[in-house]
Design a protein. Structure first.
Length: 400
């Protein structure tokens, strides 16, 4: 057992009492040894750290002190001050009422030794004041120790609250830094993508026109060549669609802002998702949600993408929940699924352009959604646990 600083202090305390005490007998030394051992072991025993265990420890200390005083001449014992040990223990671990009761019981226990005086024994009148002073000193020690303990508890709570606030502030700062870095990446990538997309469209138009002309001029029996020409035209259309998405991501989006019923916007997105997937969407709209200023077409696209992602991440015929509620001065739209979830590694990348885990995905869906929400002055948050699904939250300011 490794000795700590306060352990050494207790050993010195009890050693000094044993050495300089008025009585030097085996029972006295035994009780002092038991008290010293208990003081050393108490912090190391988990049971004594719980509320009930603390109360038991106080009773044990009180019994040992009472026995020591009783053995060493009772009311006249020089060890009366040892009663401060259970009093201090109560003041530092208990609330006001239990601490006060223990202080009163300790003081009365000392007075109880008057009952054990013999018929020819008495307390001289000039010693009565000394007796009262001893009792008062016990009460004062209990009161001052409790006041000090209360101040320490307040400071500890304040320090804990400050630590929590600091952790929240650090998390918010980290999130803000991540958002700035993401915005910088999106801006640079958007500019590059926009220029590249414009340059690609002209040759793609030429390729498609050539493929269509080739398809018309091929002999009627050359089915293989016609099929290849059709493939060329189809792939050009798919590439053009992809370029359109690049441009939507790269260029500033003109917003047509007007107060809108967010439930109606979500309903349109839900109908589209249920038409294209086997998922069922459960709607839970809070009646107190107020209209929010938004571009209805763009926000419908946001909710459609989030619902579609939820459906694709869930088993066939799964149920997805979309919920609205007021959060302060914002309306929250939560899309909840019980699908495969997102790993912690992927979670930090899902809003980055071109990041995708889908075999046929492009990786622009969520970045575009995030961009639209940001342009509305809102926030897009995500919570996910692999195997337990995901929750995407859209926070938008409401009309005042």
């Amino acid at each position: 057992m490794k000795l700590r600083t306060h352990d050494i202090g207790w050993l010195i305390f009890f050693g000094a009492i044993a050495w300089f005490g008025p009585v030097h007998t085996v029972p006295e030394a035994t009780v002092l040894t038991l008290m010293a051992v208990f003081q050393l072991l108490e912090p190391r025993i988990a049971a004594f750290q719980k509320p009930r265990g603390q109360a038991v420890a106080i009773v044990i200390k009180f019994v040992l002190c009472y026995g020591l005083i009783g053995y060493t001449d009772g009311i006249r014992s020089s060890y009366y001050f040892m009663l401060v040990i259970p009093i201090i223990a109560a003041a530092t671990t208990q609330e006001a009422l239990p601490a006060t009761l223990i202080t009163v019981v300790a003081s009365l226990s000392y007075v109880s030794f008057l009952l054990f005086l013999q018929e020819d024994e008495y307390i001289p009148e000039d010693q009565a004041a000394e007796l009262l002073l001893r009792i008062a000193s016990l009460c004062i020690v209990g009161f001052l120790t409790y006041q000090l303990a209360v101040q320490n508890r307040i400071k500890a709570r304040d320090a804990e609250a400050a630590a929590k606030q600091l952790a929240i502030a650090n998390a918010s700062l980290q999130a803000a830094e991540d958002a700035v870095r993401r915005a910088d990446r999106l801006s640079a990538l958007g500019q590059m993508t926009g220029g590249l997309a414009h340059e690609l469209r002209n040759p793609l138009s030429t390729i498609k026109s050539s493929a269509e002309l080739l398809h018309k001029t091929l002999p009627a029996g050359d089915e293989v060549a016609k099929e290849v020409a059709g493939f060329i035209s189809t792939e050009v259309d798919r590439t053009n669609s992809l370029i359109t998405r690049f441009l939507e991501f790269a260029k500033p989006t003109p917003l047509r802002i007007a107060p809108a019923d967010i439930g109606a916007v979500i309903d349109r997105a839900v109908r589209d998702v249920e038409r294209h997937t086997t998922a069922t969407v459960h709607r839970n709209y809070a009646p107190e949600v107020r209209p929010a200023p938004m571009d209805e077409e763009l926000m419908e696209r946001v909710f459609y993408n989030l619902l579609l992602n939820a459906a694709q991440a869930s088993p066939a015929k799964a149920t997805i929940t979309v919920r609205t509620r007021m959060v302060g001065s914002q309306v929250e739209v939560a899309v909840i699924d019980r699908g495969s979830g997102i790993s912690e590694t992927n979670l930090v990348n899902i809003f980055n352009p071109f990041f995708t885990t889908k075999p046929d995905g492009v990786g622009l869906g969520l970045p575009i959604v995030s961009k639209i929400v940001d342009e509305h002055g809102g926030k897009l948050l995500v919570e996910s646990e692999p195997g337990n699904g995901s929750i995407f939250r859209v926070l938008l300011p409401v009309a005042t």
